[in-house]
Ligand binder design. Structure first.
Ligand code: P6P
Length: 337
C-alpha cells in the first residue's frame, strides 16, 4: 500500500517541475523535515534519554527552557543553516536574530521558527509541535539589524508545522493550498496522507483557555457564552469545547475537522500584547489556515496584514472557520460603535 503513496520528496519535486517551487526552497523544506524527524525521535524516546526535564535557563520570553526546547532549537539552527540561501534565523528561543550571511541579498531566505511549541505538555506525554515559516528577501541588506526581519505575514512563501502526537504529522503550504504528511516509523519517510486540507465553513467546536474568562473582553465573552448557551441561545445549536495547551494540536484538529481557536488579548496579558507570538506562531498558522479556506484575525484586522514592531511581538489570535471568525469580528465592530 505504501508503495502507492507520495513521498515528501516526490511532492516537492512535482511542485518544482511546475515552477511553483525553487530548488533551494525544496532543499530547505527537506532540511526542516529532517529536523522534525530528529525532534520526533527525541520526543518519543525522551524518557530513555533523560531530556524531558527543565534547564537552569530561561528564554527571551522569561519562560524556563525545557531541555528539549534547547535541543529542538539547536536541531533547527544546524539544519536550516545547510541551505546557502538562508540569510537569517528567528527563533522563539533566541533573543536576537541569528545572521548566517554578512551581506544578505535579494532572494535570500529568512526562516522563522518556534522549535518546540507547547513544551509544558512534554512531561505529561501530550502533543507538542514545531512551527516554521520562510520569507524571501525583496532587496539586498546593507545593515544586519533585527528590524530587517520585521516583515508582515503576507510575505511568507512557505509555512508549516510538525505535530508530535500519536503519529508525527508534517503540514505545510507554499501558497498552493495545504497538504499534510505522516512520518512512517522505520522507513523515516514522510508520506502524503492529508492532501488538500480544507476547512469547512461552519463548525460546532471552539478552543479557548476557559480559565481566563474573568479576563476576557466583552466580544470574546459574548461569543463563548453564546456557544455555551447552545440550542436555547442565539446560536440555536450545541457547541463542544477543546483545549490542549498546544497551538499546533489545536490547528491540526481544526484543519482536520473544523473549529475555531482563540487566544485573545485580555486584561491580564494586554500589557504584553497577548500570549502568542506574531512572527513564528500566529503568522505561519494564519498563512496555513487562510490557504485552507479559513480566516485568521486579531478581532480587528487580518493577522497577516499586521506590521511587526519587534521580532518577539505578541498578538491576539482568533483563527479557524471563516463564519466563526467573522462573527467575532462583527462583535468587536459593535463594541467600537
Ligand atoms: P495556556 C503553548 O505554551 C502556547 O504557546 C500555545 O501552543 C498554546 O495554545 C498556549 O500557549 C497555551 O496557553 O494559557 O493554556 O498555557
Amino acid at each position: 500500500m505504501t508503495l502507492e503513496r507520495t513521498t515528501l520528496r516526490k511532492f516537492l519535486l512535482n511542485l518544482q517541475k511546475d515552477d511553483a517551487l525553487d530548488q533551494d526552497l525544496v532543499l530547505l523544506i527537506e532540511d526542516i523535515a529532517t529536523s522534525c524527524r530528529i525532534i520526533s525521535h527525541q520526543i518519543h524516546n525522551g524518557p530513555f534519554l533523560n531530556i524531558l526535564g527543565a534547564t537552569e535557563t530561561s528564554n527571551i520570553q522569561g519562560e524556563t527552557q525545557k531541555k528539549l526546547d534547547v535541543i529542538a532549537n539547536d536541531v533547527f539552527l544546524s539544519h536550516c543553516s545547510n541551505c546557502g540561501r538562508v540569510a537569517a534565523l528567528v527563533s522563539e528561543e533566541l533573543e536576537d536574530v541569528v545572521w548566517l550571511k554578512e551581506k544578505p541579498e535579494k532572494g535570500d531566505y529568512l526562516v522563522y521558527f518556534d522549535p518546540l511549541d507547547g513544551s509544558s505538555n512534554l512531561n505529561v506525554n501530550l502533543s507538542v509541535g514545531s512551527i516554521f515559516s520562510v520569507v524571501e528577501l525583496e532587496e539586498d541588506i546593507q545593515t544586519l539589524s533585527n528590524e530587517v526581519v520585521l516583515l508582515n505575514g503576507t510575505k511568507q512563501i512557505f509555512a508549516g508545522y510538525s505535530l508530535y502526537g500519536p503519529s508525527t504529522s508534517l503540514v505545510f503550504s507554499t501558497g498552493q493550498g495545504v497538504n499534510g504528511f505522516t512520518h512512517m516509523i522505520g522507513t523515516g519517510e514522510f508520506f502524503l496522507t492529508f492532501p488538500d486540507m480544507q476547512l469547512p465553513d461552519q463548525t460546532d467546536e471552539f478552543a479557548i483557555n476557559a480559565s481566563r474568562w474573568r479576563q476576557w473582553d466583552p466580544a470574546i465573552s459574548r461569543y463563548v457564552q453564546e456557544c455555551i448557551d447552545g440550542e436555547a441561545g442565539p446560536r440555536q445549536k450545541t457547541f463542544n469545547m477543546r483545549w490542549t495547551a498546544s497551538m499546533v494540536a489545536e490547528v491540526h484538529r481544526i484543519l482536520t475537522r473544523g473549529g475555531i481557536f482563540l487566544y485573545p488579548v485580555d486584561k491580564e496579558n494586554e500589557a504584553r500584547g497577548g500570549k502568542l507570538r506574531l512572527l513564528y506562531e500566529a503568522n505561519p498558522m494564519s498563512f496555513i489556515v487562510e490557504q485552507a479556506n479559513g480566516r485568521a484575525s486579531t478581532g480587528y484586522q487580518r493577522i497577516l496584514d499586521v506590521e511587526p514592531q519587534s521580532h518577539h511581538q505578541r498578538i491576539s489570535v482568533i483563527l479557524g472557520c471563516s463564519a466563526e471568525v467573522e462573527r467575532i469580528e462583527s462583535y468587536y465592530r459593535e463594541l467600537e460603535r
